[in-house]
Design a binder for this molecule. Structure first.
Ligand SMILES: [Zn+2]
Length: 71
């Protein structure tokens, strides 16, 4: 149904906007994970996720939203 799932690892940590690998980090203070794009001028970011898996899911949803807007 969803092609994104087929390539699970490949779509994993690419920026939804520029397709560069994003930086994933955890914040021990709040016990959450965040991802952010290192590209100047892109700066896509997501944060406040309780696990790496949730961060990844959110990243995929971000990608889908982005594609829906710019298709
Ligand atoms: Zn980016």
């Amino acid at each position: 149904m969803d092609r994104a799932y087929a390539g699970d690892e490949r779509w994993g940590w690419c920026c939804p906007r520029c397709d560069r690998d994003v930086i994933v980090s955890d914040d021990p203070a709040s016990e959450t994970f965040r991802w952010e794009c290192p590209t100047e001028g892109c700066r896509a970011v997501g944060f406040g996720f309780r696990s790496r898996r949730r961060a990844r899911i959110a990243l995929r949803e971000y990608r889908e939203r982005y594609r829906n807007v710019y298709r």
